[in-house]
Structure formats: structure tokens, C-alpha cells
Ligand binder design. Sequence first.
Ligand code: NOJ
Length: 585
Amino acid sequence: MTVRTEPRSLTVHAPAHDRDEAWWRHAVIYQVYPRSFADGNGDGMGDLPGITSRLDHLAALGVDALWLSPFYRSPQHDGGYDVSDYRDVDPRFGTLADADALLERAHALGLRVIVDLVPNHTSDEHVWFREALAAGPTSPERARYLFREGGGEVGEEPPNNWESIFGGPAWTRVCDRDDAPGSPWENDGQWYLHLFDSTQPDLNWENPEVRAEMESVLRFWLDRGVDGFRVDVAHGLVKAAGLPDWTGHVEMVAGTEDEPGGTARPHPPMFDQDGVHEIYRSWRRVVDEYPGERVLVAEAWVDPLERLARYVRADEMHQAFNFAFLVSPWSAPRLRECVEESYRVNDAVGAPTTWVLSNHDVVRHASRLGLPETGKGPNGIGAEDVQPDAELGLRRARAATLLMLGLPGSAYLYQGEELGLPEHTALPDDAREDPAFFRTDGAEKGRDGCRVPLPWEAGAPSFGFSEQGRSWLPQPDGWHAHAADVQDGDPRSTLELYRTVLRLRRELGLGLGSLAWDGEHAGSGSVVSFVNGAPGREDVVVLTNLGAEPVRLPAGCEVLVSSGPTTDDGAAVAVPQDTTVWAHR
Ligand code: NOJ
């Protein structure tokens, strides 16, 4: 099969070069999960000094910024997404001085730093929740959260039928807590809402005090010099009035629709309510007061993509993770459809598209794409489950990454994907920490498998993660082969592939280009092919072959980089299955 790369019947998307070139429109941002990046004090848990000591790795990789998952004071019932003090660093991770030092070093290396903001819920150890329990029903302290009277004859039923995203009911009754302040039958049989774990009570965003407090938290970190915020559960802050019953199951990691043309799920009353947008407009005003284009990025599992684009309207957030791309099956028509739709909706609001393939909540894409069924994937994989094909998964992951990084817009990488790290699919259950595992009685293995501490040095204890050789989650034996020092300098390694691709992407300005489909393959069942172009530079052809038959590039094509080996019979380069190339025509 020959691909004619002369684009015909073009549809051009994301002509970003017509707009300002703000850094976040094209940036590649690397997610650091602090528990698992690098341990500076030998306790087996990663920390801020550990991250600072390894920032050179990120500078050498060629990313523009890092996003730090939460490092705030927290009892760690959900890996730090249960914050008990938004203005302090948890002692496990260091001190505020360590946070300042990290920021300073990152900035000196030319890296921007985005931190996580968790506004939907606090920890139940947050002072506000302690006060709310103590103050009792109808108090202003309880009005900061979503406390309600129960149903049934004596309030013994939860106020509505909502389920927690981690499994089980979304309500806990105060009197069922070990620390319940008084007798339920006198005056305190109230329940509180928690969309996640019972240790993560949802805040009441109708309460002006909550709004003022979170704006003050934004300013606290902006004043310290952070470059932006990744906003956790950005679609969840406002709930439908009256908290109506809803017979559906909410999932954090959800696809848009089951099948193309299928029926979208009914709109849940706990997510994507119109009221959230006013909050982000007010936050945008706050971040815009600061110099240097500080940004807001939405973690919002919202569908369809048109609804997601509302979060990145000109006066709201800057970016929103494109999870539709992450959960897309490994299928050329599905990928093309997703890319096409993403640009359509984001172009309409003048926003970049923010691509992502992995994060701390999903099965790593080097494993997800090696499962018999690609797409959203399970919530964790256990030893007794169907195992991914590691070789196939890595080959596809490398191809998917080159496809993603060839697309105009911004992109997020998740720590370890540059090492081609697979999911840990055989963690012992007694090592698991994800509340989803416990709240589903083990039916869902949960997210620990993508959170295993990184291998830095093949020969060192805990592969260099921690000098004392400790690691809060066990690392698989075979991970020496993935260690950064083994891959360094090996042109076939995934680490060197990422370095090359990130350098080329920057040099060629691909993040700010525009996309034109290769007309020849616009309807292909197995090839995704487009031209990334921009005025003043040569076009770059990006071609991914998902089909069994090799695809020949036209004679004269110069391959810039390839996710795997290609063949050349002297007349033309052929791209084998599950491979992406970038080429000049
Ligand atoms: C999304 C975060 O990414 C996830 O890790 C967390 O468990 C939930 N939000 C709740 O904060």
C-alpha cells in the first residue's frame, strides 16, 4: 500500500499560529506523582527533596513544565487527594522550604511548575470538618459541607441513592463514625456526602466561605511562584439543586459513549453542572492578576467533548485533559474521529487541545494497549486477571506517543512512561492502598499498579528510588531493564525515543502547527495520517499504521523519527504495524 502524502480535500484544524503563542498552548507537561518519583530521606516514600534532586532528568528529557500531584498535609487515605491543610507540605514529603527550593531549581532549569488543587472535598481531618462534626446540625460549620438529614422513618436511610466513585454509598452517617460527637437519636443523625472515600467529605460550593477560602489558597501558592493549578474533579464542585436521586453508576475513568453513534449516558446530577463555570471565571480573574501566564487545567471526565470545551472558554480555564483520546480504542477510525472532534470543539472556543495517554488513575498505556481489548481498560490489573502482552503494549505505546506528540496542542506525560514502564500487574493485595480496592471488596484492583516507584539505576537498591532500598509499593523484579541509567544513551530505548521526539517537536514547532488530514487515508480502517504544518517551515507528515499490511511512504520521504524499525527496499520506506513515523516529504 502506498501512502500519498500530498494532502487532498484538506480540513485544517487548530491554526494556532494565527493566535498568540502562549506557552501552555503547545507545552509538554510531565506529571510527577510525589510518592513514587524519588525518595530523598530513605523512608521508602518519595518526597520534594527527592524530586528536586532529579529535576535534571526532566530538563534533559525536554519537557516544558511539571505538574505535581498533591504534596499537602494529608492523612493519605487517597494518596494525598485528601487534603487536611492546603497551605502546608505533608511532613512525609518535606517542608514549605523544600517546596520553595523545588520551585527555584525548576525555574532555574527553565521548567514551569503546576501544582494540584483539590477543591471538591477536603480530608475528614481538615479543621473545617472537625469543627463541623463538633458543631452539630444546622451550624454554620456544617454548612461548609453537604450534611443532610437521612430518609426512612428515623433518618436511617441515606439522603439519596448516590454511589461513591470508589464503590459503596456516597453518604456516611455521622453517628457511624468512630469519632461521632453525640447520640444520633437526640439531634445528630445527619449524613454527609462524599463522592469519593468517606474520609473525603464534599465541600458545599454554594457557601461563599468555601469560595473565598479556595481563592485564598490559590493566592497562597501563586505568591510562592507556582505557574498554575491542575484542578481535581473540576466537573464535580456544584451538584444539582435538591441532590436528586440518580440511577446510574458514576465512574472516574469513563469513555464518552460505548460505541460511535451509541447513546450518551444520562447527565449525572453530581457532575458537569452549569454552575461550575462561574467558579472558574472567578479563578481565571485571580490567576490573570499574576504575571507570566499562570494556568488552570481541568481534570474533568465530561462527555461529550463539546461539554468539555466549555471549561476552556476564553475566560475560564486554559487546558482540559482530553480523556476521550486516552480511552480511545487502538483503532484508526476511532482515533481519527476523536482527534477531529477534539479540534472541532476546541477550535470553536479558541482553546488548544490537551492530549494525554497516561496518569496516576489509569492502567499505564504501555500495558493498556497490550490488552486483548483496548480502550478505557480495567481499574487495575491483578495477577489472576488477563495479562497484557508486554511487547505489543510497548510497541503500540511508543506509536501512540509519537502520534500524540505529533498533534498540535499541548500534551501531558506521566512519570515513567518515558521509560516505557508497564503497569505492575501482580501486586500482592496486602500491598495495595487504593481506597477503590477496599470499597469494592477487591472487585476493582485499583490504581496502585500505575503508581509503583520509578526505577532510576538498574544496580541500586530499589532501583535507585531510595538509597535505603525501601519502596512503599514493591517494584517488579524485572524493572532493572527499564531503569533510566540502562536506557540512557541506547538509541533503541524508549527514553532516547522520548528525548528525540521532544527535541524535534520543539525544534519543528509541532505544538503550534495545524493539522491537515492526509486525504488519501481519510477513510482508512488502519492508517492515521496527517500533515502538521506551519508557515515558514517544512510540513511534517505523521503516519501511524495500525494494520497488518506495511504502509509505504512515497519515494523521497525523509524519516525524522520512528517509534519502531522501518524497512527500506531502496525504493521506499515501509512502516510496519503499530508504528508511527514523522517524516519530511
Ligand atoms: C481525581 C484524582 O486524579 C484521583 O487520584 C483522586 O482519587 C480523585 N480525583 C479524588 O480526589
